[in-house]
Design a protein around this ligand. Structure first.
Ligand SMILES: Nc1ncnc2c1ncn2[C@@H]1O[C@H](COP(=O)(O)OP(=O)(O)OP(=O)(O)O)[C@@H](O)[C@H]1O
Length: 667
């Protein structure tokens, strides 16, 4: 049985203006193993077209091409892939070696595509390179070789999977006379070993080396004659088992491709990395600043105590805010008055009723409820000692939230003894040793102002506040008495709930909020800061993310350029048996590697920047403001990979769909 048989093969090309051009007019021929057939004819007679259809690169033909009795048209996709990998070996006029791979990888690329093991693959490539006399050059890249050497590499590559048929399209067309003879001898040796060699040539001299000459003119065989037959030698055939290329091999191949254009890829990765960096930096900065602010606001509190304040219901607040926003001047004035009242401690809406206190007391795990009062004054509350005078901002009652560590000197004031505690800063402005000294206090109580002599028994410094807040503290019962003495009633506007165990404090706070109460002023401010900061962080992150869109477009463009640059290479790989999937995988892997590289660059840049920024902020105000968490780093890398792979979809698809014949013809 002939290895190949052509039966009335016709090939039509679609013309750009419509209509068809018949490049092959019913070609019929039989080819046997061990033949070396020269296909000769004028330029444009249809020689390459015939080789492409026989080689399975162009399946759009009429008639039959039988390989070992089976019609190529009936081949399944897998059979066609195996036909390329195992049955046919191509040698091209312009060599079509892959420029960025060394000779070993160039020769063994068909084996890489067939998932043949690394050691065997490399050994076979070395053996073949030795056979074609390139032993010393095997680690070189193609552009370090002469034309004749390149064609020898191409011969070795065509033989690597030990195919039955070698198709050589003008293999000596680009070589001088002397080199032509060497190459022809090598190709003849292939036929000597019993393979079928089909060789396109323009040269009658080259045709003279062959065992048979087939002349084509305008798509038809016009002459087919035998010449001196080739004497065959029996040789052992290699049994190379071909498989589909694994994903790992595709990634490895992609890595080699990327290395070849390292500069360009590194620039792209840096560009994308900067985009990723801006996103992670914004997130890390948001987190860092938020936890710094919360830390600053929350350090004062005794972890066992929940400070609860009363606010009007959220609905009412919203309604009031709406009125104010609508420009209702009466509503605005009312709101301002209420704000002032609530700050000065004279607001009725901010005091706790006995019903409120009962509700709070009933919260689970509350061990103790302590009533308190807090008011802010701007200028009215003052204390004086001898000739020195200090203005106070806060008037507060002694409470359980004050941690022992906050008391700098002395002790807490006791009830019924006219004792007070003042903050350390204010104490220092009055005199050196204020403990035990009697001072004059000028205080605003609700709507009245009073003067009273009190004894300083302690000074304190609120934790987390480096600048001391001017404060006077006295026992709740003393303040109540003072109010009473002046015809006023003191209602608590703050409540301190002590939990039975520290772990319940948060739950108590949450429950109190559920009941319609609010946390301490600091907590409320922290929450407000938190929400402002998180909105700000998201807005800044979104702005930073725009740069990722730019990076994605950049990757798309670069990969597209890469596909255009490597069109011939893609054609060669398809001729060697690469499936669409393999090509897609190689390019997707390149996109993956760019994404991974960019992600790593992004995380590294953020880390370096965070070190620099934190170094500065620690020395400036003792706090690190950038918190780069492993989650953010991982998110950065994942986002980078995903964006890059999305950007790679179009170029990879484009590459996988390239027609091998068009790709190989590409100049
Ligand atoms: N894609 C195509 N679309 C239209 N016509 C084509 C296409 N490819 C080839 N042809 C035409 O088919 C004919 C045969 O081309 P082919 O390349 O097979 O010739 P050839 O004998 O190999 O020529 P050469 O020796 O110059 O390489 C030519 O007339 C050519 O113009």
């Amino acid at each position: 049985m002939p290895v190949l048989e052509l039966k009335n093969v016709k090939k039509f090309y679609k013309m750009p203006g419509g209509g068809r051009f018949e490049a092959l007019h019913g070609v019929s021929a039989k080819f046997n193993a061990g033949e070396m057939v020269a296909i000769v004819g004028e330029s444009g007679s249809g020689k390459s077209t015939l080789m492409n259809t026989i080689g399975g690169l162009d399946s759009d033909f009429e008639g039959e091409i039988l390989y070992e009795g089976k019609n190529l048209r009936d081949f399944s996709t897998k059979e066609m892939v195996n036909y390329h990998k195992k049955s046919i070996g191509f040698i091209f006029q312009n060599f079509n070696l892959i420029p960025h791979l060394d000779l070993i990888d160039n020769v063994s690329i068909a084996m890489t595509l067939s998932n043949v093991g690394e050691d065997f693959r490399r050994q076979r490539a070395k053996d073949l390179l030795k056979q074609v006399g390139l032993e010393e050059h095997m680690y070189k890249k193609p552009d370090q070789l002469s034309g004749g050497q390149k064609q020898r590499v191409a011969i070795a590559r065509a033989l690597v999977n030990d195919p039955d048929v070698i198709i050589a399209d003008e293999p000596t067309g680009a070589l001088d006379a002397e080199t032509t003879d060497v190459i022809l001898d090598m190709i003849r040796d292939i036929a000597v070993e019993g393979k079928l060699v089909l060789m396109v040539t323009h040269s009658e001299k080259v045709a003279a080396h062959c065992s048979r000459v087939l002349r084509i003119d305008r798509g038809q065989i016009v002459d087919d004659h035998e010449q001196k037959p080739i004497e065959h030698q029996q040789i052992d055939r290699e049994n190379i088992v071909v498989h589909n290329m694994s994903l790992w091999k595709a990634i490895k191949l992609a890595f080699k491709n990327m290395k070849a254009k390292f500069g360009r890829n590194a620039l792209v990765a840096t560009g994308m990395g900067i985009g990723i960096m801006s996103v992670i930096l914004m997130l890390s900065l948001g987190k860092g600043v938020t936890s710094y602010v919360s830390g600053q606001m929350n350090t004062y509190s005794n972890p066992l105590v929940a400070e609860i304040q009363k606010t009007s219901s959220q609905k009412m607040q919203q309604k009031k805010m709406q009125d104010v926003q609508k420009g209702d001047s009466a509503a605005l004035a009312k709101q301002q008055q209420e704000n002032m009242n609530s700050l000065s401690g004279t607001s009725a809406t901010n005091s706790f009723s006995s019903k409120d206190l009962r509700k709070l007391k009933r919260i689970k795990h509350v061990k103790k409820l302590q009533k308190g009062y807090t008011a802010i004054s701007l200028g009215t509350n003052q204390i004086s000692y001898k000739k020195k005078r200090a203005t106070l901002i806060y008037l507060k009652t002694v409470n359980d939230a004050i941690a022992k560590s906050e008391i700098k000197h002395g002790r807490l004031p006791k009830a019924g003894k006219d004792e007070v505690m003042i903050d350390n800063g204010t104490a220092e402005t009055l005199g050196k040793h204020m403990i035990g000294k009697t001072i004059k206090a000028h205080l605003q109580l609700g709507t009245k102002t009073i003067d009273k002599k009190v004894k300083v028994v302690g000074t304190y410094e609120q934790a987390g506040n480096s600048g001391s807040m001017s404060t006077i503290l006295l026992p709740y019962s003393d303040l109540k008495q003072l109010f009473k003495d002046n015809g006023l009633t003191l209602k608590p506007n703050v409540v301190y709930l002590t939990s039975s165990e520290q772990k319940y404090t948060e739950a108590i706070k949450t429950k109190a909020k559920d009941l319609g109460f609010a946390g301490s002023m600091q907590e409320q401010m922290t929450q407000m800061f938190d929400s402002i900061l998180s909105v700000l962080t998201y807005v800044l992150t979104a702005i930073a993310a725009v740069s990722l869109v730019v990076s994605a477009i950049m990757i798309l463009v670069v990969l597209n350029i890469s596909v255009v640059e490597r069109t011939q290479e893609i054609g060669v790989m398809k001729a060697l048996g690469a499936r669409r999937k393999d090509i897609r995988r190689i390019f997707s892997s390149e996109a993956f590697l760019i994404g991974l590289g960019s992600g790593i660059v992004g995380v590294l840049l953020t880390w370096l920047l965070s070190l620099a920024i934190n170094h500065y902020t620690i020395s400036a105000f003792k706090a690190a403001v950038v918190t780069l968490t492993p989650q953010y780093a991982l998110t950065g890398v994942v986002v980078s990979v995903v964006i890059s792979m999305i950007a790679g979809i179009l170029p990879s698809n484009h590459a996988s769909k390239l027609d091998p014949v068009d790709a190989l013809r590409k100049e």
